[in-house]
Design a protein around this ligand. Sequence first.
Ligand SMILES: Cc1ncc(COP(=O)(O)O)c(C=O)c1O
Length: 430
Amino acid sequence: MDLFEYRQGRLYCEQVPVADIARRYGTPLFIYSAGTLRNHFRRLAEAFAPLKPLICYSVKVCSNVHILELLREEGSGFDLVSGGELYRVIEAGGDPGTCCYAGVAKTDAEIRFALEKGIRMFNVESEAELQNLARLAADMGRRPRAALRVNPDVDPKTHRYIATGRKETKFGVDLARAERVFREFAASPAAAHVALTAIHIHIGSQITTVEPYVEAVNKVLGLVRSLRAAGLEITAVDFGGGFAADYEAGQALDAGVFAEALVPLLRNENLEIIMEPGRFIAGNSGILVTEVQYIKAGGDRTFVLCDSGMHHLIRPALYGSYHHIWPVDPGAKFSPRQRTRDEVFKGMELVDVVGPICESTDFFAKDRHLPPVKRGDLLAVFSAGAYGMTMASEYNSFPRPPEILVEGAEVRLIRRRGTYADLVAPEKDV
Ligand SMILES: Cc1ncc(COP(=O)(O)O)c(C=O)c1O
């Protein structure tokens, strides 16, 4: 699953005790395991090897340039949703020619930037965007390649806020309209400025079953056949991201299970295959470490008040997501064997783990069994590598935490802790 593990009652990231890192860099802080990032990327690459896919890591998930650099070294391309993400990839030494750019409301400035850098493919989300891309490409004398993002109307059976492939969401163009868009575009003068030769889908995130993918890919292949029969050239399918991470042990499927279902469907279709995993690679590759400030009784509840909260990891507040939480140094008596909410030891207490932010939604966990903790103890919030730091804010004027990358016994600071001066710098530089 990952390279965070308890040995003799102490949490290690690869070969380094987490408490040592926290002592050196302070709390709160994000710690990532390079070995876990690499292992997860390789598991996907090996499982899908028969399709020779371009794996475009989804930058929004965890976008530190050092992590992008590590994944580039592994052979990854990148899935983007903004000009800022393209800038990050370039800063990380990434090749724009390996980047696919989705996003429902790309601005002219962002499109021009991506055209200028020569990205691999625009994943276009509407007819209006397609016309705009053609206009800007004509202006700049380019002919970019584009995929139309199609909304296959499948239920990915995940939280409704992270389901993107249903008809009622803002993403993509529904199947029936998609066929019309391809045909009309091919017959229009704008086709001289954009090569619309691919289909993109991304049906949602934290998907724990293969059936929604099979259903969506079959629908897309139906569209490919029908467009090809009409004489249109379709060369690529990008089936997006969405493979689940293991927030609780045993929740996620192995990459091999997805590959077993999808490789036979796609392998003989003469298509270039692109995929855009994010959470599967980064989710379990990072933890957030926070220090307990106070314990407080309120009504019938016990609150564990921490120096980190929804401003650093907003997923529990936003989606009610489960993150496993455990003391960094629980001692042998409370050394956990697995990361599930069912592992209950004698002497554990039922608590709410909350942060310092002035919002009632500022919690990491409610009604959670934890070993007894006291002021000064460190807690690890697991599976914080995806949609953690990238969704963090400076709300309530708390500077952003630092990020640390561990590889074996090597510990590297890859983003320094924010400062009070950072909080006001853009307001002074006016
Ligand atoms: C277009 C696109 N591709 C890929 C992803 C990555 O999804 P995941 O992290 O679930 O793999 C997202 C996430 O929202 C997305 O919007």
